[in-house]
Design a protein around this ligand. Structure first.
Ligand SMILES: NC(=O)c1ccc[n+]([C@@H]2O[C@H](COP(=O)([O-])OP(=O)(O)OC[C@H]3O[C@@H](n4cnc5c(N)ncnc54)[C@H](O)[C@@H]3O)[C@@H](O)[C@H]2O)c1
Length: 332
């Protein structure tokens, strides 16, 4: 009989708890240890799982035999904790964005390559059937010559209602471009190709030097020459909108509500496009791929090289917002 994949989880906030459910419901996974700086959170999470509870991830790594570690702490801690996991020789799933800076992200990529461990970034839109349908709409030529794309991010409030933590509304680690941007940058990079340079303008609250952006506007220039116009707005009385539209000379394709594909030929209105494959919850899809890869089998994961590419765009975005001119994206 094949033994269970032994998993440890570091960071038990909203996102750690959410993916923990996907780990615990997988028949081949044993969540052996959980870790959070908040001891009572670690204890209450560990008890029903008969897992060990830790407040120090290094002790957990030293004392528990684990195959895979999931790092779900705030972005500022991804780099250091991930390096400890890699040094301990464990396979690694890390939350997005991969790191706080491009150099940290590159460091993490070098470390996983040198250690030869399975590594993945948690981007739930990856392998989503709606996104794959959108990808086919763009690829199959029905749009004609691609003329322009638009990414729209609107949030009635930021932080969103389900986010209760001290960093998500902060400039250092939080804000919608860092938090939501990686999901859509991943779709753009995999569907439309490399991003070569960025121009961005960011609005911050005038009376708060550490708060994250309330609005941003920018343009991504792709290697193909296509321009993606980005508009991000928070705290407006509108429902949440996360959408991407690609305009071609003969048709239009897009995503609405994150992952619902829409398309139109000529001047017809945009209509939802049926999605062929059954929708498996993103967490279950990810855990299945991780289990397979840890056992040496196939598995469709977003690896750290994509994390580095996304981080390079975020870094160029921030730099452009600071200096006000186009900034080249470092190509990984
Ligand atoms: N993949 C996604 O769709 C998605 C969505 C939202 C957020 N995220 C990412 O998930 C990560 C976690 O987000 P969240 O909203 O759960 O954050 P959170 O602040 O709610 O939870 C983080 C937890 O980590 C713990 N922690 C912090 N430092 C620690 C350390 N050194 N050792 C152990 N525990 C530590 C905190 O006590 C807290 O309980 C972030 O990187 C965020 O960007 C991913």
């Amino acid at each position: 009989m094949t033994s269970s994949v032994r998993v440890g989880v570091i960071g038990l906030g909203a996102i750690g708890q959410s993916l923990l459910k996907a780990f615990t419901t997988h028949p081949d996974v044993q969540v052996a240890a959980v870790c959070d700086l908040d001891a009572s959170l670690a204890e209450t999470t560990a008890r029903p799982l008969t897992a060990l509870a830790w407040t120090d991830h290094r002790q957990m790594l030293d004392e528990v035999e684990l195959d895979l570690v999931y790092v779900a702490v705030p972005p500022r801690h991804h780099h250091d904790i991930a390096l400890d996991v890699i040094t301990a020789g464990r396979h690694l799933l890390c939350e997005k964005p991969l790191a706080l800076t491009l150099s940290e992200a590159q460091d993490m990529q070098r470390a996983v390559q040198a250690a030869g461990v399975v590594h993945a970034l948690n981007l739930p839109l990856h392998a989503d059937p709606g996104i794959e349908t959108f990808h086919r709409l763009v690829e199959d030529g029905r749009l004609g010559t691609l003329r322009r794309a638009e990414l729209t991010l609107v949030f009635p409030q930021w932080p969103r209602g389900w986010q209760h933590n001290p960093w998500i509304g902060g400039r250092e680690q939080g804000g919608p471009i860092r938090e939501v941007g990686p999901h859509l940058l991943h779709v753009i990079l995999t569907t439309l190709g490399p991003i070569t340079r960025v121009w961005a303008h960011t609005e911050y609250p005038a009376d708060d030097a550490v708060a994250c952006e309330t609005a941003a506007l920018g343009t991504l220039e792709l290697a193909s020459g296509l321009l993606v116009v980005v508009s991000c707005l928070t705290n407006v009385p509108r429902p949440e909108q996360v959408s991407l539209t690609v305009y071609g000379s003969s048709g239009t394709a897009g995503l609405v509500n994150w992952a619902v594909p829409v398309a139109a030929v000529g001047q017809a209105p945009l209509e939802p496009v049926p999605v062929e494959r059954t929708q498996v919850p993103a967490g279950a899809r990810l855990v299945q791929a991780l289990v397979s890869r840890v056992r040496g089998g196939p598995g469709n994961l977003v690896d750290f090289s994509m994390g580095v590419r996304i981080q390079a765009v975020l870094q160029a975005w921030e730099r452009s917002s600071t200096i006000g001119t186009w900034v080249d994206v470092v190509q990984a």
